[in-house]
Design a protein around this ligand. Structure first.
Ligand SMILES: Nc1ncnc2c1ncn2[C@@H]1O[C@H](COP(=O)(O)OP(=O)(O)OP(=O)(O)O)[C@@H](O)[C@H]1O
Ligand SMILES: [Mg+2]
Length: 317
């Protein structure tokens, strides 16, 4: 997989995050003074990669032996985490080149606050021999006492310019022809997530060059016009037909529900339907419900019906 093939191995290769890399580099110069670290930020922007780079920089060639990688969302819970950390901190003596062992705790926000409170004690007990790197998508889900024990680094999403530049480098290295529009389309789609961008690049390369048309095909965007048709049917009150078409787009053509909503949002502006502001609010409500786990088919059908009502209300029906 290209995401692994192109995973940076040194801090200097990390794209974006310049300020963070500056501070981390200076931490790495005075190894023994390294604090516990907390990395937070959206998916696919380099948190785990940076943690691995730091560990390699600090521990050198034997980093594997002196690093414990744990996934905090692991269902075995805090007791297992505690046991593994205890065992790990006893295991292997420290040689003179290695100031301490390192523990990477990924997805730390998945831990309950009780587990986080227990972790606070575990970190204290292990501090003499270990440094922790906690990783989270959402820093506000980490309890204050844990945050205050760490140097906190908030990673930002990758800018479109950096995304395009990186994708260009990867495709050049893979000898894949690309044009600027294809790369820009990927960058626009992924909302700052470099992992997602590289995955789309690889998927597109399997059907041909990286151009607008091929990227659209991979993203299932060739069907955006059809969402407009669904909208027209709905506002004409033809809910059954609108629903059939919507289900076809999702089940047969593989359009994700989130994309359907995104295109619907664009379509209401394009078609300039009556009751635009109500329509936008209805779409936003549906988007939220789908995001938090409501049944997408029920929600999208309700959306079509509400859009139909909306227009009916405008016409005074
Ligand atoms: N800042 C970056 N510089 C270079 N490559 C990156 C960067 N961010 C992501 N990547 C690419 O994406 C892949 C995944 O990145 P990484 O695992 O560090 O993401 P993450 O921030 O930990 O995401 P998640 O929150 O989903 O775990 C890497 O293997 C690499 O190919
Ligand atoms: Mg990660």
């Amino acid at each position: 997989m290209w995401v692994e093939k192109y995973r940076p191995t040194q801090i200097s290769e990390i794209v974006n995050q310049k300020e963070i890399m500056g501070s981390l580099k200076s931490f790495c110069k005075k190894k023994s003074e390294l604090p516990h670290l907390l990395f937070s930020g959206a998916a696919g922007i380099g948190k785990t990669t940076t943690a691995l780079c730091i560990v390699k920089e600090i521990l050198g060639e034997y980093w594997r032996n002196f690093t414990l990688e744990l996934n905090a969302s692991d269902e075995r819970g805090i007791n297992m985490v505690r046991e593994r950390i205890k065992k790990f901190s006893r295991f292997y003596g420290l040689s003179t080149d290695i100031p301490f062992k390192m523990i990477i705790l990924d997805e730390a926000d998945e831990m309950t606050s009780d587990a986080q409170t227990a972790l606070r004690r575990i970190i204290e007990d292990a501090s003499k021999y270990c440094r922790f790197i906690l990783i989270t998508n959402n820093v506000s889900k980490i309890i204050e006492p844990l945050q205050s024990r760490c140097a906190v680094f908030k990673f930002s999403k990758i800018s479109n310019i950096d995304l395009v530049e990186h994708l260009h480098k990867v495709s050049k290295n893979e000898n894949i022809k690309n044009d600027e529009y294809g790369l820009k389309m990927i960058a626009d789609y992924v909302n700052g997530d470099l992992r997602h961008a590289i995955n789309i690049l690889q998927a597109t390369s399997s059907i041909g060059n990286i151009n607008n048309q091929n990227v659209k095909t991979v993203l299932g965007l060739t069907k955006t016009k059809e969402v407009e048709t669904v909208l027209m049917l709905a506002i004409d009150g033809k809910i059954l037909q609108a629903r059939d078409k919507m289900i076809e787009l999702i089940k047969v053509y593989g359009m994700s529900e989130t994309d359907f909503l995104k295109f619907m949002n664009q379509a209401v502006f394009k078609i300039k339907i009556n009751g635009l502001s109500k329509a936008i609010q209805t779409i936003a409500k549906c988007d939220y419900r789908v995001l938090v786990g409501a049944n997408p088919e029920i929600q999208l059908t309700a959306l079509l019906s509400e859009l139909g009502d909306l227009n009916g209300a405008e016409r005074g029906i």
